[in-house]
Design a protein around this ligand. Structure first.
Ligand code: GDP
Ligand code: MG
Length: 176
């Protein structure tokens, strides 16, 4: 018997960090410089044949416009089982906002009856950094702030996006 899961995963972080690009890359294998900031909430579905017994239907929830305010409504968070929290490695302010997003996530989802949901931190646009990447290691930061992992990603070059999602899904499956 195959087991099927439907997971609602939120993709959050400040405006322009690459949330929409990450979703498009992951779901449709495309990248463009120009994604219009659509208004409201949008989601994309990707089916993962996880292993011989497990199919995961991943619903990736994008936000547009609302991220300006640094928090989201409860409706958006409802039933979510995991999150990708994205910042832009070329803009420090977007990293400063990470903890605010994490707190929004933890308080709103806890209130809607779930325990703290797994969240993975994405240091996006790593293609724009020189090599070797001058990023500080975020291991300690993740441990202190309750992220299950972090990845340097690039939606443009398709770096580590599959790995980040895989890490998240592994943790979600453990929670199930
Ligand atoms: P959102 O507001 O968080 O949804 O961000 P978008 O996905 O709309 O991306 C904002 C801008 O950053 C767009 O011009 C994208 O093409 C660009 N962008 C997104 N991800 C990357 C990346 O990994 N590398 C580079 N170089 N640009 C990116
Ligand atoms: Mg967007």
């Amino acid at each position: 018997m195959q087991q099927e899961h439907l997971f609602k995963v939120l993709v959050i972080g400040d405006l322009g960090v690459g949330k929409t690009s990450i979703i498009k890359r992951f779901v449709h294998q495309i990248f463009s410089q120009h994604y219009r900031a659509t208004i409201g909430v949008d989601f994309a579905l990707k089916v993962l044949h996880w292993d011989s017994k497990t199919v995961v239907r991943l619903q990736l929830w994008d936000i547009a416009g609302q991220e300006r305010y640094g928090n989201m409504t409860r409706v958006y968070y409802r039933e979510a089982v995991g999150a990708l929290l994205v910042f832009d490695v070329t803009r420090a302010a977007t990293f400063d906002a990470v903890l605010k997003w994490k707190e929004d996530l933890d308080t709103k989802i806890t209130l809607s009856s779930r325990k703290v949901v797994p969240a993975v931190l994405l240091a996006n646009k790593c293609d724009l950094l020189g090599l070797p990447a001058p990023l500080p290691k975020l291991d300690a930061f993740c441990k202190e702030n309750g992220f299950v992992g972090w990845y340097e990603t690039s939606a443009k070059d398709n770096t580590n996006i599959d790995s980040a999602v895989r890490c998240l899904v592994e943790h979600i499956l453990v929670h199930e």
